[in-house]
Design a protein around this ligand. Structure first.
Ligand code: CP
Length: 325
């Protein structure tokens, strides 16, 4: 029987079981995820894009909130590992007839499910589910409210490592709506754990969390100062669906102050990379010429999402990577 230890994510022997947040994980585990993803990257370039690592396992995608990239890459990752994967359409499931989340969950569990991949608009939803599943079932957080999006952060770290190799020498700027961003929260935790040189957040006061200073990050309200000599720029979407009240004057004014244009990009190091977790809003947080420009690695991030999710799912289900070859 799997015994889950104190941070609710590792087994007694220190193996990954649930992946709910980056918080509390050691650098060695984050590195292991990236190293394993490196092994899986080549699978997508094969004629037969499959390895038999999770043959016989059943994975359920439970997306209670919209998604394009995360849901699709989790599904592809599961299929490339040869698992049986089901996408539960929440709008047509029995939850829309009044069935509780736990009843739905236990019914799906009764179908011999080995893993749930969960996206939910409420912070803490994935952890709640992890607390109520049978001990052998793994839960992966695919984004919960403003709280965490750990596999997104890992694919972002993987993309940075591919381009910059060493985290210690890097200056990374995260720009925009940090306050409502589960991605930024997980990225900041991952960057700190991996020992990045400097993390900056740039945005208007209304979109920065009050605990920024305690997180050990450098705060800027001005793009000109904040982008100076950075190696990595991570742009974020304005998360209007999570905002209460008007926190910015207008999208046009926001773009003028905080939108990444070719001129502002010149302030960063000449070999700086531009990232964005998506979905992007052209002309709001990023100019099309930058999003489609030579320094953008935005679509590469999406591609790396498959390998990172293959790595996380195989580790959580205890599959050994030797089978990859
Ligand atoms: N980055 C991200 O989570 O995108 P989706 O909402 O499309 O999954």
């Amino acid at each position: 029987m799997v015994q889950i230890m104190s941070n609710n994510q590792l087994t007694e022997s220190g193996q990954l079981h649930h992946f709910l947040t980056i918080e509390g994980f050691k650098k060695s585990l984050l590195t292991e995820i990236m190293d394993r993803a490196e092994q899986f990257s080549s699978v997508s370039n094969r004629q037969v894009k499959k390895v038999p690592l999770l043959r016989g396992k059943t994975i359920m995608n439970l997306f209670f909130e919209n998604s394009t990239r995360t849901r699709t890459t989790f599904e592809l990752a599961a299929k490339r590992l040869s698992a049986d994967v089901m996408n539960l359409n929440i709008s047509t499931s029995a939850t829309s007839k009044g069935e509780s989340l736990l009843d739905t969950l236990h019914n799906l569990e009764a179908m011999h499910t080995d893993m749930f991949v969960v996206r939910h608009s409420e912070s803490g939803a994935a952890e709640f589910i992890a607390q109520h599943v049978a001990p052998h079932v793994s839960v992966i957080n695919a984004g919960d409210g403003c709280h965490a999006h750990p596999t997104q952060a890992m694919l972002d770290m993987f993309t940075i490592r591919r381009h910059k190799q060493h985290f210690a020498d890097l200056r990374v700027a995260i720009v925009g709506d940090i306050l409502h961003s589960r991605v930024a929260r997980s990225q900041i935790q991952a960057l700190a754990t991996l020992g990045v040189g400097e993390v900056r957040v740039i945005g208007p006061r209304t979109l920065l969390p009050t605990d920024c200073k305690t997180l050990g990050i450098h705060i800027y309200h001005d793009m000109e100062a904040g982008l100076k000599d950075v190696d990595v720029i991570i742009m974020l979407r304005l998360q209007l669906e999570r905002m209460e009240g008007a926190l910015i004057p207008s999208a046009r004014e926001y773009f003028q102050c905080y939108g990444l244009t070719e001129d502002k990009l010149q302030l960063a190091k000449p070999d700086a990379i531009v990232m964005h977790p998506g979905p992007i809003n052209r002309g709001v947080e990023i100019a099309s010429s930058v999003a489609d420009g030579p320094q953008s690695v935005i679509l590469e991030q999406v591609t790396h999402g498959i390998a990172i999710r293959m790595a996380v799912m195989s580790m959580a289900l205890g599959a050994q990577p030797e089978v990859v070859a």
